[in-house]
Design a protein around this ligand. Structure first.
Ligand code: E4P
Length: 216
């Protein structure tokens, strides 16, 4: 499973990259706004800065919701850097735009996926990545991980090539469960990635080894 970091924060991206386990970055308009990035040129500069920090794919989301403008925006984003993957919402014009990008060699990430039906449409249109939002589904008392398993099964049975990108990750257990359910990628906040490190028996064991090392 590939690890993406789900942030537009450059310091956090650097920290994850330094761990040596980072395969890419996902952003969205909320994450960009959280970093105070405003204005077209600043947004473009920020995507370029992110691309310069990582080796893998960087998802950059279109703001337009109609086909023509999604295509215009997506072409501008894709031209910024070969690492850019154009993120497109799961709406009717979004599916048309994903098909257009696919036919024109531009990679896409279909975002805001909440059902298996949406995941089938995105795959049919040729999306490179399809992003089911685990945490938001759990928040509404449905089982987000069940959706990952269902999409995995459908893609395997049907031979769809889109990669399942588990998004809206809230904690380290979500990452473990997404791996178990067969997600191809998990995009996570830095805290959730670092949460994978933690186990009290590791801390107790290390303290004992270091104590005993003094007797060596
Ligand atoms: C990433 O591609 C998604 O936009 C993101 O994971 C959504 O996460 P949230 O539900 O925590 O906002």
């Amino acid at each position: 499973m590939k690890f993406f970091i789900d942030t537009a924060n450059l310091a956090q991206i650097k920290e994850a990259q330094a761990l040596g386990i980072l395969d890419g970055v996902t952003t969205n308009p909320s994450l960009m706004a959280k970093e105070g990035i405003t204005g077209d040129q600043n947004v473009i500069n920020h995507y370029k800065a992110i691309c310069s920090l990582v080796d893998g794919d960087v998802s950059a989301e279109v703001i337009a919701t109609d086909f023509e403008n999604m295509v215009k925006e997506g072409e501008i984003l894709a031209a910024l850097d070969p690492k850019i993957v154009v993120k497109v919402p799961m709406i009717k014009d979004g599916i048309k735009a994903i098909k257009w990008f696919t036919d024109n060699g531009i990679r896409t990430n279909c975002t805001l996926i909440f059902s298996a039906g949406q995941a089938i449409l995105a795959a049919k249109a040729g999306a490179t990545y399809v992003s089911p939002f685990i945490g938001r589904i759990d928040d509404s008392s449905w089982d987000g991980m069940e959706l990952i398993s269902q999409i995995r099964h459908i893609y395997d049975v049907q031979g769809f090539k889109s990669q399942i990108l588990a998004a809206s990750i809230r904690n380290a257990l979500h990452i473990v469960k997404a791996a178990e359910a067969g997600a191809d990628v998990c995009t996570c906040p830095l805290d959730s990635i670092l949460g994978l490190l933690k186990h009290p028996l590791t801390d107790i064991g290390l303290a004992k080894f270091l104590e005993d090392a003094k007797k060596m």
